[in-house]
Design a binder for this molecule. Structure first.
Ligand SMILES: Cc1ncc(COP(=O)(O)O)c(C=O)c1O
Length: 450
C-alpha cells in the first residue's frame, strides 16, 4: 500500500524542527543577556522536547496581532499557534473572563453552569445539520480522543482510516491516527486498527495524479472501507493547515463512502475552524456535514485551553461510558471566554472578513512576490495563506527567510519544510498586513541576494 514515489519531495521535514545553524545565528545576533538568562532557566527546569524546549526566545506580551519579546521587540504573529482568530488579549474577552472570575470561577464535575450551557447552545446554533451534542475538553488532543471513543461506542468497531502527514495532537491515540513522521517515529506500538491513506495533495500524490487531483485518493478510501469492512471512522483535517485544498467534490465522495460502509466521518477543524477559512466551519465549503467536528485552539479566545466536539444527535449513545470526564470540561471562565470570542467573531463580522480580506491579500501577495524566483506558489483558503518556496535548496531558503522575517518583526511557521504559512488574526488592520508583506518581500530579497 505505501508505495510512495521516492522522487517526491520528502515529507519527513517538519517545519518546526529548525535547521539549527540558522536558529543559533538568529539567537546570537538577536537575544540579549536577560533573555539568555531566562532561556537558560527554562531549559534547566522543563523537560527538553523537540519543537519546544529549549525555546527560541522569551515573550512578555501579546496584544492584537503582535507579540513582544522580553527585550521589547515586537513581531506581527502570523503563527499564533492558530489560537488568535480575534487577536491576542481581545478586550471583550478579557472583560468577560474577569467578570466570570469575580463571580464564579470553577465548576466541579456533576454540576453545570450558565456559561458552559450558553457556549454549547451557541455552537449548536452555528452548526449545520443535526450537530446538536457537545462535549468540551481542556485541549484539542483530548477532544480528538473523545471523538475516537465516541466512534467506537456508536459503531461497535475500533478501526480508523486517517491520513499520512496529518496532525491530530501529540498523545498516543492522536499520533496513532496522525501521520507525521516526527511524532510517530520511534514512538513504540501505537493503537491497533489505524489505517493510513494518502491525503488529497497533488504535489505528494503516490497515485501520480500530477498537478490536478484525479480523486484516486478518494476512491482509495472507499476501497479500504470496503476491504476492511468494519471501520469505525474516517478521521481527517478538513483542510491541512498548509493549505492544500481538496477538490470541491472530495469530501462529498468520502461522506458517501462512509455512509455506504457504516463508518463515521470525523473532521478535525481545531486550527482552521471558527471563521479562518471564510466559513465558521471549514466543511461548509464542501457541502457536507460530518458526524463529528472537533474544534479547539481559538475556542478559548486564545487565552484559555478549551476544545470540544460537536456530534450528531444520533450519536448521543454512550450515556454509560465516560467519554471525556475531564476536570475542566465545563470550566465557567473558559466557557465565558469562548462565548465572548464567538460574539466578537459575529459582531466584527470576522467570518465574512476572512473571506474578503483573504482574497484581497492573496492577490496583493501574488503581485508582490511574482518577481521572486524563490517563490513557487502562493495559495490561500480564506485567511490561511501559504507561500511555497522552490528550488534545489528550498528547505534551507525557507528557514533563512523565516529568520530574516523575524529579524524584521514578522513571526510565522514553516510547514512541510518549504511552505511559509501565515495565519493572521482575522481582525488585523490592512496597514499591519501591508507591514508584514513588506517585511516578507525584504526577507526574500535578502535571502535570494537581490
Ligand atoms: C489539526 C490539529 N489537531 C489537533 C491538534 C491538537 O490540539 P492541542 O494542541 O490543543 O491538543 C492540533 C494542534 O496543533 C492541530 O493543529
Amino acid at each position: 500500500m505505501r508505495q510512495v514515489d521516492p522522487t517526491l519531495p520528502s515529507l519527513r521535514t517538519e517545519g518546526d524542527i529548525n535547521l539549527t545553524s540558522h536558529r543559533a545565528a538568529f539567537q546570537a545576533a538577536h537575544i540579549g543577556p536577560a533573555t539568555q538568562a531566562l532561556l537558560a532557566e527554562d531549559a534547566a527546569c522543563f523537560l527538553h522536547q523537540a519543537m519546544s524546549t529549549p525555546c527560541l526566545n522569551a515573550l512578555r506580551g501579546a496584544q492584537g496581532a503582535w507579540i513582544e519579546d522580553l527585550e521589547g521587540r515586537r513581531y506581527l504573529d502570523f503563527h499564533g499557534n492558530n489560537v488568535h482568530q480575534i487577536g491576542f488579549g481581545h478586550p471583550r474577552v478579557i472583560a468577560a473572563i474577569k467578570e466570570q472570575l469575580d463571580g464564579f470561577s470553577f465548576c466541579s464535575r456533576r454540576y453545570t453552569n450558565e456559561p458552559a450551557v450558553r457556549l454549547a447552545q451557541k455552537l449548536v446554533s452555528l452548526a449545520p445539520g443535526d450537530l446538536r451534542r457537545v462535549l468540551f475538553t481542556p485541549g484539542g488532543t483530548s477532544a480528538i480522543g473523545i471523538a475516537l471513543k465516541l466512534a467506537r461506542a456508536a459503531t461497535g468497531r475500533f478501526k480508523t482510516i486517517s491520513m499520512w502527514d496529518a496532525f491530530h495532537g501529540a498523545s498516543l491515540d492522536a499520533i496513532s491516527i496522525g501521520g507525521e513522521y516526527a511524532f510517530r517515529h520511534n514512538a513504540g506500538p501505537l493503537l491497533p486498527g489505524c489505517e493510513h491513506v494518502p491525503p488529497p495533495d497533488p504535489s505528494h500524490c503516490p497515485f501520480r495524479c500530477g498537478t490536478t487531483c484525479n480523486r484516486a485518493c478518494a476512491d482509495y478510501i472507499e476501497y479500504v472501507l470496503e476491504h476492511e469492512g468494519d471501520v469505525a471512522a474516517v478521521v481527517a483535517e478538513t483542510v491541512r493547515n498548509v493549505p492544500v485544498i481538496p477538490p470541491p467534490d472530495y469530501w462529498q465522495r468520502i461522506r458517501a463512502a462512509c455512509d455506504k460502509h457504516g463508518a463515521l466521518l470525523i473532521l478535525d477543524e481545531i486550527p482552521i475552524g471558527m471563521g479562518r477559512t471564510g466559513r465558521f466551519f471549514a466543511f461548509e465549503h464542501f457541502g457536507i456535514t460530518p458526524d463529528i467536528v472537533v474544534l479547539g485552539k481559538g475556542l478559548g479566545g486564545g487565552i484559555f485551553p478549551l476544545a470540544g466536539i460537536l456530534a450528531r444527535e444520533a450519536l448521543n449513545v454512550a450515556a454509560e461510558k465516560s467519554l471525556g470526564h475531564y476536570t475542566h470540561e465545563k470550566n465557567p471562565a473558559a466557557c465565558a471566554a469562548g462565548l465572548a470570542t464567538i460574539e466578537v467573531i459575529e459582531d466584527e463580522k470576522l467570518v465574512e472578513r476572512a473571506a474578503t480580506l483573504g482574497a484581497k491579500t492573496v492577490e496583493d501577495l501574488r503581485r508582490r512576490l511574482a518577481p521572486h524566483r524563490l517563490v513557487r506558489e502562493v495559495r490561500e483558503f480564506g485567511f490561511l495563506l501559504g507561500v511555497e518556496i522552490g528550488g534545489p535548496a528550498a528547505v534551507d531558503a525557507a528557514e533563512r527567510i523565516m529568520y530574516a522575517c523575524m529579524r524584521r518583526g514578522l513571526s510565522f511557521k514553516v510547514s512541510k519544510g518549504t511552505v511559509l504559512t501565515f495565519a493572521p488574526p482575522l481582525n488585523i488592520t490592512e496597514s499591519e498586513l501591508d507591514q508584514a508583506w513588506t517585511m516578507l518581500e525584504g526577507a526574500i530579497r535578502e535571502v535570494s541576494g537581490k
